[in-house]
Ligand binder design. Structure first.
Ligand code: ADP
Ligand code: ZN
Length: 608
């Protein structure tokens, strides 16, 4: 059934069956109809027991308990007559009867759907000619989202409150002759709640919300994008005050190249031009706010950012630990959370998570709990969900050779022990040798607080922790594996930034050779122009730093090789160990070491 034509035919068939079934159902269940005149006569003669309104359609029951339906052209006028005769009145809002309305519409929708797929499949075959122009426009009336659903971005919210009050009372603003913001550009990484925020503005101001993705405008056929823009704006103007939301505006709003363009670029420029024309062409009476979202503000055409267009720019960044906790709270409201769950701790354990990832985390945790038929989500479910999101599912059924497990256990123990023994490092949260995604094992550290600046020592120790895995393997097995390749990449990156970006190398001095380019996603970096000689110096310095870290870490681990063995043995048995268990092993090790020192002292005393 993967063929669209087959699906189309199946839908058509389903529609026919549904129509027949529905008509039989109607015939079976619908009471007989009575004329309105007859109905009025019945009322006069006291023959009616009760009536039920569905808009203007009335279902009545007469004294003989017979049901009938009729239609009132004058519902308001009818009320007095019914009340005078003390007839029982009940009813429902017309919108509620949408249920039965959509029931009635279902077959029609199925036919349309079937026909749509059918014709698309056909037109695809006939080289795409005569394709229907179907607009991707989505309109929501009565968005239920409010600012309380958007957490952790208080500043952005405050900036947008003004837009809300403007949408609510445009007169107040225009009377003062003030400049009214037409366009708001929300810029920030994906999943930080830009769409949610736009919906919240509409919800707070109780205005319609038109949404369209930037890439929806760009079509194969010339002129479609531009006409869609015009369509969208004319629809919105009719329903002003309202909000137009354009997601991924960079898809149309990228810098115009000017001259010598390919077909799709041409189309994009036409669309962008249409958008600019529309944004400039508002009358004072038309309160339409255009909210656009992008994660690439750096590539936007400057024309979009000129006064009167998207002159208000609001930056939304990834949430910090407090923000993450607030977002967790918002999403935790929707699920059953167990007593032992500490949202602050979860927030700390997920640095770098966006709002969307946090929403996903809560959802995954709920699924984990449901799978085990729990009544509420527990801390362990969050832990599991987090690992799944970060690293992919546990590969429980993957067969790993005993040799590999041992190497992994020592490798992870190496990371962990360096982190435990060195000062100014993040505490080790968890070590595991259960393979996940592509990793065979993992040592997780958890910062106590969000850090915005790092000391040189912290960075150097991070390099050492990363190298610790490989070094432990070497000490114990005397060979190297590729399992450490990611660690090596990580260590090299930190060392490079330390030297070239943070100016922390004495040799090179406080000069930033790496220049980070603006941009959220593709935060690309390039090198400041420099001489060949400087390049050599930089290379040497990075190598010197890593070499030094390597030697010091090797020394540290050799001095504590018993600790490695202990921790690795526990890991091989338990597979996953947490902070508490790590502490226990650490204490055992320290005690033994003390005892050993004590023993040696005794021996020496005896020998003397
Ligand atoms: P964007 O448009 O920035 O890519 P979305 O608004 O589509 O992000 O976010 C996707 C989902 O992630 C939202 O529907 C919401 O469930 C969740 N989310 C993102 N940011 C937040 C936030 N700040 N507060 C609460 N939920 C959020
Ligand atoms: Zn490693």
């Amino acid at each position: 059934m993967r063929n669209p034509i087959q699906i189309g035919l199946a839908l058509l068939l389903a529609a026919v069956v549904a129509i027949v079934a529905y008509n039989i159902y109607i015939l079976e269940t619908t009471p007989p109809e009575r004329s309105y005149t007859e109905f009025l006569a019945n009322i006069e003669k006291d023959e009616i027991q009760s009536v039920y309104f569905r808009g203007a359609s009335i279902t009545g029951v007469d004294r003989e308990a017979k049901e009938f339906i009729t239609f009132s052209p004058d519902v308001a006028g009818l009320m007095d007559k019914l009340l005078a005769k003390k007839i029982e009145i009940s009813g429902e809002e017309t919108s509620k009867s949408m249920g039965s309305f959509s029931q009635a519409m279902l077959p029609a929708l199925l036919i349309l759907g079937g026909w749509f797929i059918f014709s698309r499949a056909k037109s695809n075959r006939s080289s795409g000619f005569g394709e229907e122009k179907n607009s991707q426009l989505t309109a929501y009336h009565g968005s239920k989202v409010t600012f309380s659903d958007v957490a952790g971005i208080a500043e952005a919210r405050e900036e947008l409150r003004e837009v809300v009050s403007f949408l609510k009372k445009p007169e107040k603003f225009s009377a003062l002759g003030g400049h009214i913001p037409n366009g708001v550009l929300l810029q920030g990484p994906p999943g930080t709640g830009k769409t949610l925020l736009a919906k919240a503005i509409a919800g707070e101001a109780a205005v319609p919300f038109y949404s369209m993705g930037g890439s929806d405008f760009i079509e194969m056929f010339a002129g479609v994008g531009a006409s869609r823009v015009r369509e969208l704006f004319s629809e919105a103007k009719k329903n002003a005050p309202c909000i137009i939301f354009i997601d991924e505006i960079d898809a149309i709003g990228g810098k115009r190249s000017g001259g010598g363009t390919s077909g799709t670029n041409d189309e994009r420029e036409q669309t962008l031009n249409a958008l600019l024309v529309e944004m400039d062409g508002f009358d004072s009476g038309e309160t339409v706010i255009i909210v656009a979202a992008t994660n690439r503000p750096d590539i936007l055409d400057p024309a979009l950012l000129r006064p009167g267009r998207f002159d208000r720019q609001v930056t939304i960044s990834l949430p910090d630990v407090k923000g993450r906790k607030k977002i967790l709270e918002v999403h935790a409201r929707k699920v059953a959370i167990g007593r032992g769950v500490d949202l602050s701790e979860i927030a700390r354990a997920i640095p770098g998570f966006s709002g969307a990832e946090i929403a996903n985390l809560v959802n995954e945790a709920a699924l984990m709990a449901a799978r085990q038929s729990k009544k509420a989500i527990e801390m362990s479910d969050f832990e599991e969900a987090k690992d799944k999101i970060i690293m992919g599912l546990e590969r429980k059924n993957v067969v790993i050779s005993e040799e590999n497990r041992r190497v992994t256990a020592y490798h992870e123990a190496g990371h962990a022990i360096v982190a435990i023994l060195l000062p100014d490092t993040d505490p080790v949260h968890k070590i595991t040798i259960i393979p996940r995604g592509r990793a065979l094992g993992l040592t997780q550290q958890m910062p106590l607080e969000e850090q915005y600046t790092y000391s040189r020592q912290y960075l150097v120790n991070r390099i050492k922790i990363l190298l610790g895995g490989r070094i432990a393997e070497e000490i114990v097995f005397d060979h190297q594996t590729t399992g450490a390749s990611n660690d090596i990449i990580g260590a090299t990156e930190i060392a490079t930034r330390l030297v070239c970006e943070f100016g922390m190398s004495d040799q090179i001095g406080p000069i930033a050779y790496i220049q980070e380019q603006q941009g959220f996603l593709g935060a690309s970096s390039s090198f400041k122009p420099h001489s060949e000689q400087v390049a050599v110096e930089i290379d040497n310095e990075i190598k010197r730093l890593i070499d030094q870290c390597y030697q010091e870490t090797e020394q540290l681990l050799r001095n504590n090789s018993k600790f490695i063995h202990k921790l690795a043995e526990v890991l091989l048995i338990n597979e996953t160990i947490d902070t508490e268990e790590i502490d226990i092993v650490h204490h055992c090790y320290l005690n033994e070491k003390e005892m050993e020192i004590e023993m040696r002292k005794q021996q020496r005393l005896k020998q003397q």
